[in-house]
Design a protein around this ligand. Structure first.
Ligand SMILES: [Zn+2]
Length: 424
């Protein structure tokens, strides 16, 4: 039993309408000719829609949707120390499961097919990811000043979770080791985290050079920028996903390019927290791979990749005074293929043998008509609510706007209830 997609208009790769059939995890037939469904096949019609492999959210903390809108318009340290951290300490494993589920409902509805998550109660994050059908990089965020005492236990937990989830759900889930940042993990923690990631064969996922304060403090303490410090530690010998990289100088960018570090650019979170605009154009010119992420919903407040990539394109043009770069195609590539490369995922092509990850988005809404250039329509005009169908690894997760793997109403009710309990 498989699925036949009729009248598919791919945004990337092909410039003609095709038909496709997938069975199991992969496309088995792609043709300009009509494809007859086999017995038991489901048929989806892509007429009037655009098709692509889905967005990759390269940096997020899914369960933080629980704190969406809870403490806006306050400085970062007040936000963390007075609002987020005290409530996070009260979160039970099941709370994280429901928060993750609600986040995944939003992500899938917005056309995201893969997320890179960093949080805690990772057993519950992985369980929600597994049930939802989305692709994910799952990791336990380590915050530990040293390996003495609790620090060792934290790192051990991260290693256990990385091993547990790496390759889970028949390869749909991958693990990572996530030392939270240079300023929240001691040097010995960093060195051991990198050794463990190398041993297990998983990437490092971290926050890097997010604020001016972080960079100034780190130079004061070590004489090195956060990027140069991680280079000195040897972190970049392991594939690394570095969120933010807002305040990086020419030397930092040269290191990121030479070491093949993937930057997860989070423009909305950086803007909302007043941290600035990352030098994405300069990084890309120097050969740095730049993907796009939303960060957590508490500092965004959405997990909406269309909104994120549009914000990225417009901020770069405003920052650089350049109305031509990045182009719509470059922006879309950052939110799709660059994310897949950063996370080590199979490419999202539309040929026989390619993994069946595909998103259909209605392009015949009032706000998207008329359609001249499909890429420009998607990047500058489409909205998350226009997404109609989402398929990951050959499984239909949303069909005609209906989520098939997540009980969305229950997730909303559970998160509302648990927040009332936390605040009570
Ligand atoms: Zn983050």
């Amino acid at each position: 039993m498989g699925t036949v997609l009729r009248n598919i208009r791919p945004i990337i790769g092909l410039s003609r309408t095709v038909n496709a059939r997938f069975e199991g995890k992969a496309f088995v037939e792609v043709s300009e000719e009509e494809i007859e469904p086999q017995e038991g096949d489901v048929v989806l019609d892509g007429r009037g829609k655009l098709a692509f492999s889905g967005f990759v959210n390269a940096h997020t903390h899914l369960a933080m949707v629980i704190f969406r809108g809870l403490a806006d318009d306050v400085p970062l340290n007040v936000w963390l120390e007075e609002h987020i951290w005290p409530l996070e300490r009260s979160l039970k494993p099941e709370d994280v499961y429901w928060g993750t589920m609600l986040a995944l409902a939003e992500a899938i509805r917005g056309g995201t097919t893969c997320v890179a998550d960093m949080y805690f109660h990772t057993d519950e994050v992985g369980r929600a990811v597994e049930e939802s059908g989305i692709r994910a990089l799952v990791s336990y965020g380590v915050i530990a000043g040293s390996l003495d005492g609790r620090g060792r236990a934290e790192l051990d937990r991260a290693v256990t979770e990385a091993k547990r989830w790496n390759g889970a759900a028949d390869g749909r889930i991958k693990g990572a080791i996530s030392p939270h940042a240079v300023y929240t993990c001691g040097e010995d923690v960093w060195r051991e985290a990198v050794n463990e990631a190398e041993r297990i064969g998983v990437p490092i996922h971290t926050h890097l050079s997010e604020s001016l304060h972080e960079v100034a403090e780190w130079k004061e303490r070590t004489g090195l920028s956060p990027v140069a410090y991680l280079e000195w530690i040897g972190a970049f010998r392991v594939p690394t996903i570095a969120a933010h990289c807002v305040h990086v100088d020419e030397d930092d960018m040269a290191i990121l390019a030479e070491r093949g570090v993937s930057v997860a650019h989070c423009p909305k979170s950086n803007a909302k927290l007043g941290n600035g605009i990352a030098p994405v154009g300069r990084m890309r010119n120097l050969g740095v791979r730049v993907a796009i992420g939303t960060d957590g919903a508490a500092s965004n407040n959405r997990l909406d990749m269309l909104e994120e990539l549009r914000m990225s394109a417009l901020l770069q043009r405003a920052r650089n005074g350049d109305p031509m770069r990045p182009s719509a195609a470059e922006t879309l590539a950052m939110a799709t293929e660059a994310g897949r490369e950063a996370l080590g995922l199979p490419t999202g092509g539309l040929e026989a043998g390619d993994v069946a990850d595909i998103v259909l988005i209605d392009a015949e809404r009032s706000h998207t008509m008329p359609k001249h250039d499909p890429t420009a329509t998607l990047v500058y005009a489409s909205a998350a609510a226009d997404v109609t169908d989402v398929i990951v690894d050959g499984r239909v997760l949303m069909r005609n706007g209906e989520l098939l793997t997540i009980d969305e109403e229950k997730a909303k009710a559970e998160v509302t209830g648990l927040l009332a309990r936390l605040k009570g």
